[in-house]
Design a protein around this ligand. Structure first.
Ligand code: MG
Length: 225
């Protein structure tokens, strides 16, 4: 399915791709409304009704991913609240084996995430994903989210990569589209970001459900000497 001979760099999304999106879904859809309701003496449906348009307004922007922004906007210590439910942070089945295999094959693995530094730090602390990656880049270092068409050019200033020889794996279709416009040749959509939700279907990009489906088979000749 993937032309591994013509891929030297793999850009990987974190939430919903390497990690189960259930943590983030639960946090924003259940835990934040609960805490928002509690601190304001509201019932949960009222809190949800008040929060929905605020969330909608910032979706797909860098603010959306910024814990400092939400801490100010909601007057809740978002980083602290994330720690309360950190036991839900989980690596997707087969993700570590996939990364190990790529590195055995000499592919450079770069995490490229919209996640805020604090959120990233918490997830690395709980998963030690950093042991399996060559580099980690947060969109907040670039000042642009992956949904911005200028993101991928800006990324080259932080880490050199050849778009023709690069694979992006992401569950965010907007990010895959801007990467495609920029010229990243190999694109793969993660179709099951949240283990507690149904799988997504996309005809727009080649997609996979389980890492096992896309893990390259190794033979003695494919290992670089
Ligand atoms: Mg994602």
């Amino acid at each position: 399915m993937l032309d591994w001979n013509n891929i030297n760099t793999v850009l990987l999304d974190m939430d919903g791709t390497l990690l189960d999106l259930h943590f983030d879904s639960y946090f924003w859809q259940k835990y934040v409304p609960q805490r928002y309701a509690f601190t304001r003496g509201l019932d949960i449906p009222t809190a949800e009704r008040l929060l929905a348009p605020i969330f909608k307004q910032h979706e797909g922007t860098l603010n959306w991913y910024c814990l400092d922004f939400w801490t100010r906007e909601l007057d809740l210590d978002i980083a602290e609240l994330k720690r309360d439910v950190a036991h839900l942070i989980a690596i997707k089945p087969g993700a570590l084996e996939f990364l190990q295999r790529l590195r055995q094959l000499g592919k450079r693995c770069v995490l490229v995430t919209n996640a805020h530094q604090d959120s990233l730090a918490l997830k690395l602390e709980h998963t030690r994903l950093d042991n399996h990656l060559d580099e980690i880049i947060s969109a907040h270092q670039l000042g642009l989210p992956k949904e911005d068409p200028n993101f991928w050019g800006e990324l080259q200033k932080h880490t050199a990569y050849t778009p023709q020889l690069t694979l992006l794996i992401d569950d965010n279709l907007h990010a895959l589209r801007t990467a495609q416009q920029f010229g990243i040749k190999h694109l793969l959509a993660a179709c099951h970001p949240d283990s507690q939700q149904p799988k997504h279907h996309t005809d727009e990009f080649v997609s996979f459900h389980e890492f096992e489906e896309i893990t390259p088979v190794i033979d003695s000749q494919s290992i670089p000497r």
